[in-house]
Every structure is written in structure tokens, then in C-alpha cells.
Design a protein. Structure first.
Length: 402
């Protein structure tokens, strides 16, 4: 049958090998191209909030932790315009959130595109999994391509303190206790899957020779963190997170297909839309893995609503913990990936539909940054699955030990 809630890839129709193939041949190439487009490469984020859990003892001295912000004229002009409109609305006491510029009305003009909600800050829109935005929050635009996620040298007690906070909020130790409900398990597996993905990228792109600036795979590190049978669960959680976000993306397809991907470069923007449509309509994706798991079964118990609120508040704490990460680049990717998870949770677990087959405009609204975060997260997870496949082969081959 289709994947069960446990998200165990092996008890579902999508076997590991099938997911691996699907990913390598159909999903990853499209995502790689997609994250290079102007629309998907700029992420709006605030990297300079204080850590709410302990006094800031930033250790951003590491060379590879630095993040370079965009030059002002690099930010897509339509986005800057929308930002200044949002800012002036705030000043006049109007809501800071700019609702869709034009409501979708497909009956009038089939070519009308959905204009994404644009909020002044950077967090999710109307998203119960996101913390409320502070109105005066500062943010900047970061070119993700210029700041790739890879080994940075951030480690040790400082990094562990942050992971400890994160896991303390995940309410689930990872040990398969029978009384742990499916919802908590899903929550834990998403976080652990993201952690595995970060480890996979560190192993894949490690600084092998600092003096000569040589980057490449570190197989021993891969073996220790992801490549031994003792930590098989971490890899399973990576697959789980990947299928979860893929499912959210497919569910949001009607919306994603209709978005006006507008960065002021019509040709490139047209290609962006085309790549998104290819991804969400890919027959390979739809047939190989139709229902990664049945999210409709979650939150149905009598404690459902309360449990949801509790997990949402834990998720807020995890988001806050990102401000304690002592490495700017890790913080950037950590924040992006958490917003991507929050967006996937919003899409999969909201009562509003995405317009699927209903003939109505989608009720669910997404903010530009949410779309950017979700698809960049999917690309990261997809690249990690491929890295685990490739590094496992190198590990088994043994020649790296010489
Ligand atoms: P860690 O990865 O720090 O893990 C700590 C403990 O968590 C482990 O001992 C284990 O008990 C448990 N654990 C490990 N993996 C999992 C898993 N998948 N599921 C469940 N439990 C697990 N470093 C970089 O070089 N580049 C980055 O981009 C980067 N981004 C980061 C983003 C965030 C948000 C954080 C908190 C850290 C980031 N780091 C990054 C640091 C990196 O994650 C590690 O902390 C560091 O490399 C030290 O690794 P470690 O082997 O000590 O174990």
C-alpha cells in the first residue's frame, strides 16, 4: 500500500532504490536548474537577531561562515518596489501585509497570474508554524548561489548547544517508543532529516586543503555521520523529509503553476514558470511516488487541535534557536530550511485547499519567500539524497582510505 504515516520508506510503494532513481533522473536536474533562476536565488532574511536563550557569543570569525549580501541593484526591481510600498503602508497605519495585488479571476482572463503575497519582513504569511513577525524587523536579500551551503568549520560545543535546543523541542528522542504519536514522529523526522541533509552537504563539500582552497568529499566524515548502520535512521529521516516536502510541492501545484514569477526579466521568468510546471507535472514523480504518506490521517484524534498548537509552539522555539547559530552562513541556510519546512507543514496540514481540481482559485496563499524557501529546501534535500547515494558507493569502494 502507499506509505504509511510512519513515513517508513520501506513499508511503502516507493522503495529506497526507486526514490533514489526518481530523484537522480527526474527531480534533481529540474531543481538544480530552478534554484539558479533569478526568482529562486534571492532569499529575504534577517541574520542579525539576538539569541533569546543565552548571551550572544558570536563566533563569526571563521572565514567560511561569512555571508555576502546582495548589492542593492542586484535585487529584482519589482521586489524592491513592493518592499517600499509595504513599508509606506506601514507608516500610514495600514496593515504591513500587502495582499495579492490582483485577485485571481480565471473566469475573466485565463492568463491572469497569481500575484504572491509580499510581506515586509521575511517570515511566512498567515502561517501558524511561523513566529509572528516583529514589525520593525530588519532584513536583507541574500544571493544563495553566492553563499553555497557547505562545510564552514562551525562545530563543537557551540553548535551542539543549538542542536540540543532543537532536539529538546522535538519531544521525541528517536527511540521507537510505542506511545509516541504519529504527529510527534513526523515532527521529529523532519528536523532530523534536515540535520542529515546539512551533514550530507558538509561531507560532500568539505574543505580538504585550506592553504590551496581545495573542496571535495570527506568520506570518513560521511561514514561517521551518515554512512554506518548505527545511524541508518538518520538517512531514513532524510528520505522522509524529502518525500514530505515533495508531497507538499505537488499539493501546492495548482498555485505554483499560476504564480507570476516576476523579477523584471521576462525571458528568464518564463523559464522559471516552465521549470516549475515540468516539476509538478512530471509523470515520473507522480507515478513513482503518488502518496508518500497519508497526511489526512494526522490531527484527527480528540487531542488533535491541542497537539497541533503545542507542536507549533515548539516549532517557534526551534525557529528562535536559529538566532543562536554562531555562523552566519549556517544561520542563513538554517532559517531558509526551517521556513521551507513551515511552508510544507502549512500546505499539507491546512484546511484550505490549493485549488486542486475544484475550478476555484486557490484559497491557500503563499508569500514569495515561502515559495522560495520550500523549493530551495526541496533542492537541498534532493541533492543530499544524491550525495548519500554517491558517497555510499565511494565508501564501499574503499579506495579513499589509501
Ligand atoms: P552534529 O551534527 O553537531 O550533531 C550533534 C548530535 O546530534 C550528534 O552527536 C548526534 O547525537 C545527533 N545527530 C546528528 N545527526 C542527527 C540526525 N540526522 N538526526 C538526529 N540526531 C542527529 N556546519 C557546516 O559546516 N556547514 C553548515 O552549513 C552548517 N549548518 C548548520 C546549521 C545549523 C542550524 C546548526 C545548528 C549547525 C550547522 N552546522 C553547519 C554545524 C554542523 O551541523 C555540526 O554541528 C558540526 O559539523 C559538528 O558535527 P558533529 O559531528 O559534532 O555532530
Amino acid at each position: 500500500g502507499p506509505c504509511q504515516l510512519s513515513g517508513n520508506v520501506h513499508d511503502c510503494s516507493c522503495e529506497y532504490a526507486a526514490v533514489e532513481r526518481l530523484n537522480k533522473d527526474a527531480v534533481l536536474p529540474l531543481l538544480r536548474a530552478l534554484v539558479r533562476t533569478p526568482f529562486f536565488r534571492y532569499f529575504k532574511v534577517n541574520l542579525y537577531c539576538d539569541c533569546p536563550f543565552w548571551p550572544d557569543d558570536g563566533m563569526c570569525m571563521l572565514r567560511d561562515c561569512g555571508v555576502c549580501e546582495c548589492e542593492p541593484d542586484e535585487v529584482p526591481a519589482p521586489w524592491k518596489d513592493a518592499d517600499s510600498t509595504a513599508a509606506s503602508c506601514e507608516g500610514s497605519g495600514s496593515p504591513s501585509r500587502l495582499e495579492a495585488e490582483s485577485e485571481v479571476d480565471r473566469s475573466v482572463d485565463a492568463s491572469t497570474k497569481v500575484h504572491l503575497v509580499n510581506i515586509h519582513g521575511w517570515r511566512g504569511y498567515n502561517n501558524p508554524w511561523c513566529l509572528e513577525e516583529e514589525t520593525d524587523s530588519e532584513y536583507s536579500y541574500i544571493n544563495l548561489l553566492a553563499n553555497p551551503e557547505r562545510y564552514t568549520g562551525y562545530k563543537g560545543e557551540h553548535a551542539h548547544r543549538v542542536w540540543n535546543i532543537i532536539y529538546s523541542q522535538s519531544c521525541f528522542s528517536g527511540i521507537a517508543a510505542p506511545d509516541v504519536c504519529a504527529e510527534r514522529k513526523v515532527f521529529y523526522r523532519l528536523i532530523s532529516g534536515m540535520h542529515s541533509s546539512i551533514s550530507a552537504h558538509i561531507a560532500q563539500e568539505y574543505l580538504l586543503d585550506e592553504a590551496r582552497d581545495v573542496w571535495g568529499p570527506n568520506i570518513a566524515l560521511f561514514r561517521d555521520r551518515l554512512g554506518n548502520t548505527g545511524v541508518r535512521e538518520r538517512v531514513e529521516n532524510l528520505y522522509f523529509a524529502y518525500l514530505f516536502v515533495l508531497r507538499a510541492t505537488l499539493k501546492a501545484a495548482p498555485l505554483l503553476e499560476d504564480i507570476a514569477y516576476d523579477t523584471g526579466f521576462p525571458e528568464e521568468d518564463a523559464r522559471t514558470g516552465e521549470l516549475v510546471r515540468k516539476l509538478v507535472n512530471s509523470e515520473a514523480v507522480q507515478t513513482a511516488c503518488p502518496v508518500p504518506f497519508d497526511e489526512g490521517r494526522l490531527w484527527k484524534g480528540k487531542d488533535g487541535p491541542q497537539l497541533k498548537r503545542q507542536l507549533q509552539s515548539h516549532f517557534h522555539n526551534i525557529t528562535s534557536a536559529m538566532d543562536c547559530v554562531g555562523c552566519e552562513k549556517c544561520k542563513l541556510w538554517g532559517k531558509l530550511q526551517l521556513l521551507g519546512i513551515a511552508t510544507s507543514l502549512k500546505v499539507l496540514f491546512s484546511a484550505e485547499d490549493c485549488g486542486m481540481g475544484s475550478g476555484h482559485p486557490p484559497q491557500l496563499q503563499l508569500e514569495r519567500n515561502e515559495v522560495i524557501a520550500m523549493l530551495n529546501l526541496l533542492e537541498r534535500l534532493s541533492a543530499s539524497i544524491e550525495a548519500v547515494r554517491a558517497l555510499s558507493l565511494q565508501l564501499a569502494d574503499g579506495s579513499w582510505e589509501q
